[in-house]
Design a protein. Sequence first.
Lengths: 200, 120
Amino acid sequence: MARQSFECSEESVGAARRFVADQISDVALALQDAVLVMVSELSTNALVHAAAAFVVTVNRTDHELFVCVSDQGEGRPELRAPDASQPHGRGMRIVDALSDEWGVSSDADTGKSVWFRLAVGAVLTAASPEGRTTEPVDETLWVREAGTSSTHGSVPVTRVREPDSGKPTNHYRGARHSKGRTRSCPLVSIRRRAPERLTR
Amino acid sequence: MLRLPEISPQRDVVPVVAHDQSVTVTATLDDPLTPIIHLAGELDLASVESTQADIATYLSDESVRVTFDLQDLTFMDSSGIAMLVQISNDVGQVTLINVSPIVRRVLEVTGLVQHFGLDP
């Protein structure tokens, strides 16, 4: 696990990217690019919305990457759907689309933490906001079923929807990767929704 | 008796390092109505304000379409998108060329591919 604090300065956004880049230099370039954009978004949120110094934590296993940005400021991230003429409000939309899973947690010591998780080695494709998969490959949309929650040590039950058939099938895909995983942030809420389910 | 060193809570804070985070803006102004602006560097929260100011020097009231060549833009996040949307609102049309895979992907997931003149 690697952890670094960054001061409340605009230049810290780039510094946070370079810190994380150093931790993931062996990962596929496309994944690195996606991770660095997400780190940039969460760091920017800490500075702009929380106006606070922030801490970046990177946790890696063989199969996945877990990045957490914590600050002591007010404000919670929002998933918004701005139209094309609105300049702002796209940061968490990008994190939502590029990560496998993200969430927010609060802790007395670390403050508010926004985290994302990404399977390392997964083939990632982009889905348009209309939910249309632009590349017909391994894109699976992860939808947490109602009533399940992910906390320390639990195995998240996820429903994987195959875009080809549109038929939902249940998998316990989190089991292998979750076993023994230590998280630096307690997971309180989890949001991972298919883009087309978002309300405008 | 062993004395532990005092640890300042700020000790591991990364100071602002002298890393060049500016974006270099150059332009081709063959037709002032449709300038082509070339961006090089990392476009994020730290660089967006100065970048936008530099771009403004190449735009006139007559500009109807701005083309941004992103060939040498090594990084862009939603701060850069916000800038492009603002310029699009002011000028009328913004077209992006030489877009990297990750920037294209970010534009796809934010629904801006066609807005910036990229083929869907």
